[in-house]
Design a protein around this ligand. Structure first.
Ligand SMILES: Nc1nc2c(ncn2[C@@H]2O[C@H](COP(=O)(O)OP(=O)(O)OP(=O)(O)O)[C@@H](O)[C@H]2O)c(=O)[nH]1
Ligand SMILES: [Mg+2]
Ligand SMILES: [Zn+2]
Length: 297
């Protein structure tokens, strides 16, 4: 039978479930022995070629080239990461948000920043805080404000997800699953367990791509659940803070933007042209890299 192409949405006990690229049907396939012999495993998100056996199953023949690849969770060919953050319950520290963004930049994946739970901001002070933080990120990334509970911003959120492969990221309890349920109730994802620290959960390691009824796929297994900064050199870190680029007119071309004389980035941060919190995150992560990449969070 003629070969067909499908996207892997699940890989479990040597069973590969794909969604056919043409007809959208789901089919569960087996791997040819040679994949095992060569130590090759398909990843969720992979585009594969398969031959149907005519009885509702078939064989994976070939795994096509991966455009990119995330680890933890292992997902290939990701179009974007939806980084969900909250002002409170739980508060997402900006240092943590920036670490997630650095890891997404390193993976070379598009980013959308989503501030969820805006319905619980009551005081003027809290609302102002959201605005200030939102302004920092809106200059760098597409940024939206949502309430999964009150239905705010969901149309925009859905537009981003449509016909793309997305990975959710963000601390436990920020509302990743709730947002997905809100735009696609049929997903019926489990929600509601807010851990006290906002960390330490995310126990699911095996990932699956969920299909939206409006088109597109998502991995709800939180991306970047380990915030360890690995394999990033001190020289490359600055390129993962895209807003630094326009100010990088430092005296030394290899400036690390610490205390070097004539550092234009430090100056821009002092002037508020670069958000001081972003500059602080940069310095924190750089310090960690220079001290040997110890995990701090
Ligand atoms: N007030 C309010 N509560 C929300 C909102 N979104 C989610 N929640 C609540 O926050 C809690 C955690 O939501 P989840 O969707 O489970 O959070 P999660 O990010 O998927 O968490 P993990 O799966 O642990 O990573 C639940 O009790 C939700 O009902 C929101 O927009 N407003
Ligand atoms: Mg969840
Ligand atoms: Zn500099």
């Amino acid at each position: 039978m003629a070969r067909r192409r499908g996207r892997v949405v699940r890989f479990h006990s040597n069973q590969v479930t794909v969604v056919d690229l043409e007809d959208g049907n789901r089919i569960t396939l087996k791997l040819r022995g040679r994949f095992k012999m060569q130590g090759i495993r398909p990843l969720v998100g992979d585009i594969i070629e398969y031959t149907p056996d005519g009885f509702g199953s078939g064989l994976v023949e070939n795994i096509l080239h991966r455009r990119n690849q995330l680890t933890k969770p292992s997902v290939a060919n990701v179009d974007q990461v939806m980084v969900v953050a909250t002002i409170k319950e739980p508060e997402t520290p900006l240092g943590i948000l920036d670490r997630i963004l650095v890891l997404a930049e390193k993976a070379g994946i598009e980013i959308v920043v989503v501030f969820n739970k805006v319905d619980i901001l009551e005081t003027e002070e809290e609302k102002k805080k959201l605005q200030e933080i939102k302004n920092i990120y809106a200059r760098i990334y597409p940024t939206i404000c949502t309430s999964a509970k009150k239905g705010k911003g969901l149309k925009e959120f859905k537009e981003f997800l449509k016909n793309k492969v997305s990975v959710m990221a963000g601390l436990s309890g920020v509302g990743k699953s709730s947002l997905l349920n809100a735009v696609n109730p049929g997903l019926k994802l489990r929600t509601g367990e807010v851990s006290r620290t906002g960390r330490g959960r995310h126990t699911t390691t095996y990932s699956e791509l969920l299909e939206f009824d409006f088109g597109g796929f998502v991995a709800d297994t939180p991306g970047f659940s380990s915030l360890e900064i690995k394999d990033i050199s001190k020289e490359e870190l600055k390129s993962y803070f895209p807003e630094f680029a326009e100010y990088q007119k430092c005296l030394f071309s290899d400036c690390l933007h610490l205390s070097e004389p004539g550092c234009a980035v430090r100056y821009a941060a002092e002037q508020g042209l670069i958000a001081p919190s972003r500059y602080r995150s940069y310095r924190d992560i750089l310090k960690e890299i220079m001290e040997g990449g110890k995990e701090r969070w």
